[in-house]
Design a protein around this ligand. Structure first.
Ligand code: DON
Length: 576
């Protein structure tokens, strides 16, 4: 564990455009306890940041130290991750920012999810025989939805930030221009997506070294991306969605076989949505609403668990019950969920206790329910890269943000002269009812492709609140995101700290395939035997997820933060 303690005297930098700089124009002492993959617990903590990349975490810290709030830090981190973790998220992608603002005590979900281009249509990824051509929905310009991140950055800064957008974007612009050193994970991800990267001359020029995988320590500089971020810093979202940049994007996409138009870009808007709120035995769970399925699936699971978990159970019985609730809630995901601006979704009913009681009525304490025996879905699908970060600032504002380009490095296609690597989020639609997507998720008409519609997501940025603690958490992981957040929430409810939440060995069930997947150490030999006896099918998989959590203990007045040991992220606690 890399553990370093530094004491900095932070005399606030003169911030050119900080509307509130006068408020913070005092020298402040901060003690930073920084640590990779881990925890900090201290007596007088004030703020915490946990992200998937050390450089992004450091940028978040700086913003907080220099008078920014959690939302400014979120803007700066989102942009920094676009530079150093392009396999997870980027300005060519989208995401959800769950925001709590102390000033009004409100929670809001900023929906910066990609939309289908207006020329998109239901069968656009089917071949002449009616089969889904996954290559088309995953690689290259045709796979890209209209990005939401640039619009979200402006919205977040203007609506909730203390700093100007340009101040928060500056560190990322410098990082793109000055370059950063690639690490082992970056190379692994490049290797995984090499064919899609090689198919794009611009991606190859930026990410590869003479068309070959770079070595650890190779420096990646992104001048075009720096210029594009600068345009956004100076002109706001219009610098991306209109004018010269929009023309470059549309032309670049069309030349590469895509279908974007200037109208698609000009009409993109973020939406401020109400989060989904549920309860589990005295714990309040606030999470993403549609077009993310996360909050609804979690609400169903917690409602079912609240009513069936009465008696003391053995470990295996408890795991069995959790799996059975996941099975039923993921089934509903496949049938009912999609973009509620385009389809009717009975959200109120789905998240009601009465519905959970009905749904859980046939859960047998001793036997697995085969997914095939549940009411069939008239057919939709989940993931491997994406990013999550969590921030709580000195004032109690908080942000949980999960951002994505979908598959590692998205579609692989970078629009020439822009530095913008495009997402392949169109694969999150159900290209054909019942045919699984990249994450094995199946879906129905509710998530079919329609012009302008947002594709259903599993991204689940979440706040958990008990009487004395508040947690901010989330993770990448496609369809498994929701089950990871559920398990971490149960761990938090039991009193677990940030480290145990993010490092917890995981198990997962998503209705179809009818299988419990588990990480090494998640289930004992005895659990496996007992679950098999109940009729479950199980398989051990390699580790998944990359969770980042920050916890505020209101009673002890401490902050605790941790980054998943499965990744290369970093968590810091800032103490005054
Ligand atoms: O929005 C979604 O659900 C997916 N695009 C997320 C993909 C993902 O998490 C990949 N990560 N490991």
């Amino acid at each position: 564990m890399d553990f370093s303690i530094t004491i900095t005297i932070n005399v606030l930098m003169p911030m050119k455009m900080n509307k509130y700089s006068q408020i913070f124009g005092v020298a402040t002492f901060f003690v930073f306890i920084a640590c990779t993959h881990s925890v900090q617990s201290a007596s007088l903590s004030q703020a915490g940041v946990a992200t998937a990349h050390p450089l992004a975490t450091e940028i978040g810290e700086k913003i907080l130290k220099n008078g920014g709030n959690a939302i400014d830090a979120a803007v700066a981190i989102s942009a920094a991750l676009a530079v150093v973790e392009p396999y997870g998220s980027g300005i060519g992608g989208g995401g959800f920012w769950l925001v709590h603002t102390v000033v009004d005590g409100k929670d809001v979900m900023i929906d910066g999810r990609e939309r289908a281009p207006y020329a998109a249509h239901r069968d656009m990824y089917l071949d002449k025989d009616g089969n889904v051509d996954h290559k088309k929905s995953m690689d290259g310009a045709l796979a890209a939805g209209i990005p939401g991140v640039p619009a979200a950055l402006q919205y977040l800064a203007e609506k909730h930030g203390l700093l100007d957008l340009s101040t928060s974007l500056e560190p990322a612009i410098n990082l793109a221009r000055d370059g950063f050193k690639v690490d082992e994970k970056f190379i692994q991800m490049l290797k995984f997506r090499l064919p899609a990267i090689l198919a794009s001359a611009e991606s190859s020029r930026i990410f590869l070294n003479n068309n070959a995988l770079p070595e650890v320590g190779y420096i990646i500089k992104q001048d075009d991306l720096a210029n594009t971020l600068e345009l956004i810093a100076n002109e706001g979202m219009d610098g991306f969605y209109r004018g010269v940049m929009a023309t470059k994007l549309v032309n670049g996409v069309k030349e590469a076989g895509g279908i974007w138009s200037l109208k698609d870009l000009a009409e993109y808007q973020v939406v401020a949505r109400e989060p989904v709120v549920s309860q589990y035995k005295g714990m309040k769970v606030t999470s993403a609403g549609l077009p993310s399925s996360g909050g609804i699936v979690m609400a169903e699971v917690f409602n079912m668990l609240s009513s069936i978990e009465q008696k003391k159970k053995t470990d295996s019985e408890q795991i069995h019950l959790i799996v059975e609730t996941m099975r039923r809630a993921y089934r509903d995901r496949a049938e009912f969920l999609g973009d509620s601006d385009y389809i009717q979704v009975p959200v109120k009913k789905l998240i009601s206790q009465a519905y959970a009681d009905l749904l859980s009525a046939d859960i047998d304490n001793d036997d697995a329910t085969p997914s095939s025996s549940l009411k069939p879905v008239a057919f939709e699908s989940g993931g491997n890269n994406t990013t999550h970060f969590s921030v709580i600032d000195q004032r109690g504002n908080r942000v949980a943000a999960t951002l994505s380009v979908n598959y590692p490095f998205g579609s692989g296609y970078m629009v020439p002269g822009t530095g913008v690597l495009l997402n392949d989020e169109m694969d999150d639609f159900s290209a054909k009812p019942g045919v699984p997507n990249a994450y094995g998720l199946v879906g129905a008409e509710s998530n079919s492709i329609t012009a302008g519609k947002r594709m259903l997501s599993s991204m689940t940025p979440t706040f958990l609140e008990t009487q004395d603690r508040i947690a901010v958490l989330g993770t990448p992981g496609g369809s498994r995101i929701i089950s990871m957040v559920i398990l971490a929430a149960l761990e938090f409810h039991k009193g677990g700290d940030a480290r145990s939440m993010v490092n917890l060995p995981r198990f997962h069930h998503q209705y179809l395939p009818d299988n419990i997947y588990y990480e090494k150490g998640a289930l004992s030999e005895k659990n496996i035997e007992e679950l098999e006896l109940m009729g479950h099918r199980l398989s051990e998989g390699s580790a998944w997820g990359n969770m980042h959590a920050v916890i505020w203990n209101k009673t002890k007045k401490t902050i605790d933060a941790a980054s998943d040991q499965r990744g290369i992220g970093k968590a810091v606690v800032i103490k005054e």
